[in-house]
Write a protein that binds this ligand. Structure first.
Ligand code: BDP
Length: 336
């Protein structure tokens, strides 16, 4: 665990106590009587797979609760950047959120484990883990931040992209500023590769690439395309350094307003929305790769991805010490 995360634990504990206090005073209204009108925050635009799954979840829930649970999805970061939304959830002003696991480490330090590079062999390994006890244990840990983890969504693999020359080996990252998500282990990954990590909100990346404040960033194909970052940083290198899930969560305060039966309904519909999202995701990965090819983006397949893996081996070992149980579950999910 990094020092910054340790420092932040004090804040997290205080906020958790505050949320627990609020819940004790105001909770328990039950959802049988009136309508619950809740907001779900989403960073991506309405046609992105996570947003479409959020919307499917909201529509199904409205229908299957006979209108008792009424969730409105706010796409395009209308309710704020992901980090700020997480804070607002803890204060009870936003009820639901779809966020990337990399952002959660700042609020629940053990979630930093998802950012350990080259953790999962492939998508099958990743989903076997998420669907198993290990994945459920991670969702349960979210209670530390005053939220309830409902389900995971796919986010593929994150890879580096740059302006200027393509990256073919870690040495090509020397002296280049690469944007990473706030609070993520990815900063350490980029630094270990030999680049220079710069933390920045998602919405600032396009203009920062355009003006040269940064020389690159890292993300999956669908995000690289939906943000149009490829227009200003046209070299994508398949480093595939992380597979980090998306997570759908609800604040504990909102959760406590549901009857036991409605809690079960919310969990069921959330799980079903994952299936929906994964189908949409697979299609989107194909389509976005096509967009990149049509637009002349250079996609570099690495001859030796091992060079990147070796560059982060010390970091992997350092992080491993703190997350033995997690890594054991990841290891167990390697076998079908
Ligand atoms: C995307 C995630 C989004 C992140 C964004 C980022 O879906 O939630 O915040 O990356 O890099 O893949 O900020």
């Amino acid at each position: 665990m990094r020092n910054a995360a340790l420092r932040r634990m004090g804040i997290t504990a205080a906020v958790t106590a505050l949320v627990a206090g609020l819940t004790a005073c105001g909770g328990g209204a039950g959802s049988e009587g009136g309508t619950l009108n809740w907001r779900l925050a989403e960073t991506h635009p309405s046609d992105y797979p996570t947003t479409q799954a959020d919307q499917w979840f909201a529509d199904q829930l409205r229908k299957r609760s006979d209108g008792r649970i009424n969730i409105e999805v706010y796409p395009d970061a209308q309710l704020g950047e992901e980090r700020d939304v997480l804070e607002q959830m803890q204060l009870g002003s936003i009820e639901l959120n779809r966020t990337n696991a990399n952002l959660v480490g700042e609020f629940v330090p053990s979630w930093e484990a998802f950012g350990i590079p080259y953790l999962f062999d492939d998508s099958e390994h990743f989903w076997r883990f998420l669907r198993g006890e290990g994945g459920q244990a991670k969702l349960d840990e979210l209670s530390e931040a005053g939220v309830v983890g409902l389900t995971y969504y796919d986010s593929g693999a994150r890879s580096v992209y740059t302006t200027g020359e393509p990256v073919e080996s870690p040495a090509d990252l020397a002296g280049r500023n690469i944007r990473v998500q706030p609070g993520s282990v990815t900063a350490d990954v980029i630094d270990a590769f030999g680049g220079s990590a710069t933390t920045m909100s998602f919405s600032e990346v396009y203009s920062s690439l355009e003006t040269g404040v940064i020389d690159g960033a890292e993300n999956n194909f669908p995000s690289y395309v939906s943000t149009r970052h490829y227009e200003v940083a046209g070299n994508y290198t398949l480093t595939e350094h992380q597979r980090v899930p998306e997570v759908l969560m609800i604040s504990q305060t909102a959760w406590d307003q549901l009857s036991e039966q409605d809690k079960e309904l919310v969990r069921t519909v959330a799980r079903e929305s994952t299936e929906k999202q994964r189908e949409l995701w697979a299609e989107e990965v194909e389509q976005s790769r096509q967009v990149l090819e049509d637009n002349g983006v250079t996609i570099t397949e690495l001859d030796d991805r091992g060079e990147f893996e070796r560059a982060v081996s010390a970091l992997r070992e350092a992080e491993a010490g703190a997350y033995a149980d997690f890594l054991e579950a990841v290891e167990a999910a390697r076998q079908p």
